[in-house]
Design a protein around this ligand. Structure first.
Ligand code: NAD
Ligand code: UGA
Length: 451
């Protein structure tokens, strides 16, 4: 039986390994992590992350050929293939702070592998890493190798949160990079055979190590650029009376451009785009978020001081509870800076998480142990409630920051009746029917659309 061990039981390690286990009953998969609460949650009925379809996949194979453990060294020592899926945040201090990837977690995982291994290993980079990381990892592994043969592969992950299980079941492609030596090719083939259990062969691309590492960064850069391009258009639309949905549809009909990933928004969020593409398109994304706050404040007669503003949605996108880099943090901080009373509702994000996010300095989220509230007083201006009606009761304005389906179905007449007048809606995701809301009496601002 092939044994796989994955270091890092996060948003990537957990779902990816669960899908390998469910699709490959002949492979034993153990996911290990240094975080005991995370592993305990993976072994409980309440998994540590929310992802549609994940519960079913985990239930189908946990305890059979899928295991979660904190006994990192034991399972690494026993494995034939080791995936490393630890976090690779942006450096917060030192050389390259705010730009370069912090590979501390990766390096400590690699040193541990070198320490405990007694047999040959295939070590797979699953985390998103800078190009040439494999070379550095090779050096660490072989430095004191006791004659053990290590093959490093790059197998970047392209799943998106909220659709992780679908993406893993039917990936557009699986990418495997390896050394162009006989041993390297053999390792690539071994990993290819794992994926071939459910992914058609033509969708498994094999390349050299550096192409695989770079392709992951390039894909995120292209995707983020696309959103920033459409968001830049949204500013032009607002200024000219053009409608960004009509523009997206019209340009998306060009088969060279294509229709996907052209939804204007309050700005992209998530743990990866920003860190993977720092400085490429971040300026436009930051501009989009501050533009949104400016619009709220300027439309409400240039002051939100003391006014209740309801925020619907805090996660960085729908169908996930993940708040890393969510535009809601910057928007809420902007509103709080102008002394608004912010009342927040998100169906999947806890009060605790929201309060922590709003108390954090930029770049702190990957280092929660260094938590230091930026401004404790501002947190008192925030209330977190478990219902959109409660959030909007008595509010002057509603800001929709995540495109949860339930926000389309709300009883907006009831919301309007319970709000201060004039009642404003700032739709940061273009999810509501603006015309209908205007009929009720709301003043509606959408992204990239005329008033
Ligand atoms: P995450 O923070 O959710 O999970 C990482 C886990 O690794 C944590 O649970 C942490 O405790 C654990 N860890 C850190 N060091 C460890 C060590 N030495 N030994 C054992 N466990 C250790 O991160 P994530 O979102 O799963 O991302 C992981 C990587 O995958 C990143 O490089 C990211 O860029 C990349 N990625 C993420 C996504 C996504 O949608 N989140 C998609 C594609 C690629
Ligand atoms: C993204 C990529 O889509 C994945 O392929 C990649 O594996 C992953 O980053 C990663 O490397 O971590 P993810 O961040 O989970 O996945 O989610 P996306 O669906 O890409 O959304 C990112 C952000 O862009 C969200 O805030 C979303 O609301 C926003 N977005 C997306 C838009 O504003 N407009 C769009 O048209 C699409």
């Amino acid at each position: 039986m092939v044994k796989i061990c994955c270091i890092g039981a996060g948003y990537v390690g957990g779902p990816t390994m669960a899908v390998i286990a469910v699709k490959c009953p002949a492979i034993e998969v153990v996911v290990v992590d240094i975080s005991k609460p995370r592993i305990d949650a993976w072994n409980s009925d309440t998994l540590p992350i929310y992802e549609p379809g994940l519960d079913e996949v985990v239930k189908a194979c946990r305890g059979k050929n899928l295991f979660f453990s904190t006994d990192v060294e034991k399972h690494v020592a026993e494995a034939d293939i080791i995936f490393v899926s630890v976090n690779t945040p942006t450096k917060t201090r030192g050389l390259g702070a705010g730009k370069a990837a912090d590979l501390t977690y990766w390096e400590s995982a690699a040193r541990m592998i070198a320490d405990v291994s007694k047999s040959d290993k295939i070590v797979v980079e699953k985390s998103t890493v800078p190009v040439k990381t494999a070379e550095a990892i090779e050096k660490i592994l072989t430095h004191n190798s006791k004659g053990i043969n290590y093959q490093i592969l790059s197998n970047p992950e392209f799943l998106a949160e909220g659709t992780a299980i679908d993406d893993l079941f039917k990936p557009d492609r699986v990418l495997i990079g390896g050394r162009e030596t006989p041993e390297g090719r053999k390792a690539v083939q071994a990993l290819k055979e794992v994926y071939a259990n459910w992914v058609p062969e033509e969708n498994i691309i094999t390349t050299n190590l550096w192409s695989a590492e770079l392709s992951k960064l390039a894909a995120n850069a292209f995707l983020a650029q696309r959103i920033s391009s459409v968001n830049a258009m949204s500013a032009l639309c607002e200024a000219t009376g053009a409608n960004v949905s009509e523009v997206s549809y019209a340009i998306g009909k060009d088969s060279r451009i294509g229709p996907k990933f052209l939804n204007a928004s309050v700005g992209f969020g998530g743990s990866c785009f920003q860190k993977d593409i720092l400085n490429l398109v971040i300026k436009i994304n930051d501009y989009q978020k501050s533009r949104f706050v400016n619009r709220v404040v300027s439309s409400m007669f240039n002051t939100v001081s003391g006014k209740k503003v309801a925020v619907l949605g805090f996660a960085f996108k729908k169908d996930t509870g993940d708040t890393r880099e969510t535009p809601a943090i910057d928007v809420c901080k902007g509103l709080l800076g102008d002394k608004a009373q912010v009342s927040i509702y998100d169906p999947q994000v806890t009060e605790d998480q929201i309060q922590r996010d709003l108390a954090m300095n930029k770049f702190d989220w990957d280092h929660p142990m260094h938590l230091q509230p930026t401004s404790p007083s501002s947190v008192k201006q925030v209330s977190v409630v478990w219902d959109a009606y409660e959030a909007t009761k008595g509010a002057h304005a509603v800001c929709i920051l995540t495109e949860w389906n339930e926000f389309k179905e709300l009883d907006y007449q009831k919301i309007f009746n319970n709000m201060q007048k004039p009642a404003f809606v700032f739709d940061g995701r273009n999810v509501v029917n603006a015309d209908k809301l205007r009929e009720i009496g709301f003043i509606v601002y959408s992204i990239g659309k005329p008033l």
